[in-house]
Design a protein around this ligand. Structure first.
Ligand code: ADP
Length: 478
């Protein structure tokens, strides 16, 4: 099949979260399975042009807000998976992907309308007629509508899929943007692009796509319910076949402890000795004292947003730190949550190591050197770090929601690979930490849990096969 794959971030070129990992990995696996994939993404300032080749292909998109001239560059992920970069300096040559300290960029509706339309225009320019248009999140939500409306006369047979990576980001904009983007007022209705008197790009994608998927079966159930559907559950339930949950895989080329180039020592489920070296290096790097005898080192990585539950950790951890446990933290985000970690580090300088920022190498070292990984997310569409953790023998402690339910089995069930707790409260987190202590002190059981996690298959193959089945079903619908 031919798959057109517009995405606002793609590893290894740009990344703020899990979406980038998916759009960097899934196209490669699909290509390996014989499909031809064209990923289309903005040329942000952070993308190094040395990795790219200029195509000489330029086109102009005509929007009511003005003409947009797009130069294109390309890179290859695989011989059948090409990434097309949209070079529009006035829109994409900026410090960040979506916004800065002052908030989201005010022209995001236009920036990502350009991504959606350019994906179709570019495919047409090169004669790539897709069987499937696979869109991701609100940033590409206008593309299924454009396809359905025969934008630029393109592709009457193409079917569209929208994957929701996180329902909390809906791409809501003032309705005054509608005429600027060329969307007719007749579409501004509850059955169309309107959501609470605004334009919602995510809703637009959901309404117009032929199928909607999300990144885990449990999250699919959650967002189809009024309680967690953020006002969109009705639209989601109305899709024929509902929302399909397909758990993300992980990129095993990047995340394998036996070959990881970021680690001072490598290890595997057969021989975990290198793990101890990674743990020491991690403690040294973060200038921490080794935890007290029999006490674990906890790791935390991720965007510091309310979703991830860092505030729960700030309240839950001190009693365990008092007993000699330690924690290393990597991430950035909301000032209040960053401050919470800084305060904890000031109080326990030898027990709490915090690095505010983005650091791929340190992320790998934290997975390889911590004993447990903390992920008390209030909600979690899929989550990747809990999978990396299991692969690295770092036992995850997770709130039982979304993808965390689908990828971590509690040790209570005998065959488990992690600790899973219910209820996003400080008491529940402390209960889970207490269980972690006990598990850690029972060395043999802990080792078995580590090994089971390391042997679990989180590869993309099974997930890619499920996407393939969705594509095939749509193509058959004709
Ligand atoms: P989300 O998409 O909600 O941010 P995921 O767990 O699905 O959460 O994916 C987050 C990805 O980003 C993981 O690959 C994680 O390792 C990475 N990541 C997040 N913050 C950082 C950071 N500060 N430094 C390095 N990697 C990070």
């Amino acid at each position: 099949m031919r798959i057109l794959f517009p995405a606002s971030e793609v590893v290894p070129f740009s990344k703020t979260g899990g979406l980038a990992d998916v759009s960097g990995a899934l196209p490669i696996v699909l290509a390996e399975r014989g499909h031809e994939v064209r990923v289309v993404t903005p040329l942000y300032r952070t993308v190094s042009r040395e990795q790219l080749r200029e195509t000489g292909r330029t086109f102009t998109l005509q929007f009511p807000f003005g003409d947009v001239v797009v130069r294109t560059w390309e890179a290859s992920l695989h011989e059948r998976a090409t990434v097309v970069f949209l070079d529009v300096p006035q829109l994409f040559d900026r410090e960040q992907l979506y916004g800065d300290a002052r908030g989201d960029y005010s022209d995001n509706a236009r920036r990502f309308a350009v991504l959606s339309m350019a994906a179709l225009t570019d495919a047409q320019a090169v004669g790539f007629e897709p069987d499937i248009l696979h869109c991701h999140d609100w940033q590409t939500g206008l593309a299924p509508m454009a396809l359905r409306r025969g934008y630029a006369g393109a592709f009457p047979k193409t079917k569209s899929v929208l994957t929701v990576h996180n329902l909390a980001y809906q791409g809501g904009f003032q309705k005054s943007e509608l005429p600027q983007l060329g969307i007719p007022w007749s579409d501004f209705s509850p059955g169309g692009v309107e959501f609470w008197d605004h334009l919602s790009m995510l809703k637009t994608g959901i309404v117009f796509a032929d199928a909607v998927t999300t990144v885990s079966p449990t999250y699919a159930k959650e967002i189809s319910s009024p309680q967690d559907g953020m006002g969109l559950d009705g639209v989601l339930r109305a899709k024929p076949g509902g929302v399909i949950g397909i758990v993300n895989g992980i990129d095993e080329n990047e995340w394998s402890p036996a070959t990881d180039v970021y680690l001072p020592a490598r290890f595997s489920d057969a021989d975990l000795a290198g793990r101890a070296v990674c743990r020491s290096t991690l403690l040294e790097t973060m200038r921490l004292q080794p935890p007290a005898d029999g006490m674990p080192l906890f790791g935390v990585i991720g965007r510091m947003v309310e979703q991830k539950g860092a505030d729960l950790l700030h309240a839950a951890l001190p009693v365990f730190l008092e007993h000699g446990a330690a924690v290393v933290v990597l991430g950035s985000g909301a000032a209040k949550l960053e401050q919470g970690w800084k305060t904890l580090a000031a109080r326990y300088p030898l027990r709490v190591g915090v690095k505010l920022g983005y650091d791929t190498g340190l992320a790998h070292l934290i997975e390889a050197g911590s004993d447990f990984f903390l992920m008390p997310s209030r909600f979690e569409p899929c989550g990747l770090n809990q999978m990396y953790s299991q692969r690295y023998g770092c036992v995850p402690i997770v709130h039982a929601v979304g993808g965390l339910v689908d990828t971590v089995q509690d040790v209570r069930r005998g065959e488990g690979t992690g600790i899973s707790f219910r209820g996003a409260t400080v008491e529940a987190v402390q209960g889970a930490l207490q269980r972690a202590m006990e598990l850690y002190q029972s060395k043999q059981t802990f080792l078995e849990v580590q090994r089971r996690g390391m042997r679990t298959d989180f590869s993309w193959d099974a997930s890619a096969a499920r996407y393939e089945a969705v594509y095939a079903e749509l193509a058959e619908r004709g």
